[in-house]
Design a protein around this ligand. Sequence first.
Ligand code: ATP
Ligand code: MG
Length: 246
Amino acid sequence: MALIPKSHPRLNSLLIREKLVKGFDNNLVAKEGLLAHGRGEAFDYLLGEKTSKSAKEAIKAAAFMLKNAQNSVISVNGNFAALCPKEIIQLANYTNSKIEVNLFYSTEKRKKAITKILKKSGAKEILGLNEKSSIKLSGIDSARRIVDKNGIFSADVVLVPLEDGDRTIALKKSKKKIITFDLNPLSRTAQTADITIVDNVTRAMKLLVVESKKKTQKNSKYNNNKNLKVSILEIKKNLERQAKNA
Ligand code: ATP
Ligand code: MG
């Protein structure tokens, strides 16, 4: 691990980056995953690297939706597994959700590495590994559309963090409710999901676990478009503040 002084002003962000790099070295993260993380870092910078009030509202709405789902599934990719393996298991337990490994850049090696870290963190059942129960989603090109029959395919609510827009749109067309973590409020995934948590997944997953652990969740009048607008304005305000001080 690179030497990062504890007093570094962006210590957390650098520690998260180290986790991704380690995940890449351990075959969890794809090269493209590192690039996606870089995009996320840029937006995190613009958002002030903290959880906003609007993200907290989205987290509350997400906990309510997951707890009230018939068949909720947490979709796991390399970045998500590298950044928050323990929280994935905790969230699945508190919300009674299934866990499915679903990769944009799928290789057997990466699937194995992700399964290993999830099992080490306490996962019992992991979907998306058995070819016999795989099925194709319509509305998306071949390699990217394979999902598990008993998982995402039959789910009513799917949590897809750090997801590509094409896949989110395909899931939405299959009439699923979509929750995502995405630091870019302008991405297609952010704009397509029913609930977009515009925050770093490492911060927001911890809060979502805490919220889901509570006995009851409030059914707020959540509006994703309004919430996204607030995030975009947050970036604008931060930029204006910086410009004033420049
Ligand atoms: P889209 O396909 O939705 O238009 P994109 O092609 O720019 O977006 P993808 O690589 O498909 O990006 O999706 C990854 C998304 O995850 C990006 O929007 C990126 O900002 C976001 N992201 C990356 N790292 C994190 C993180 N740690 N926490 C939250 N979001 C993140
Ligand atoms: Mg994309």
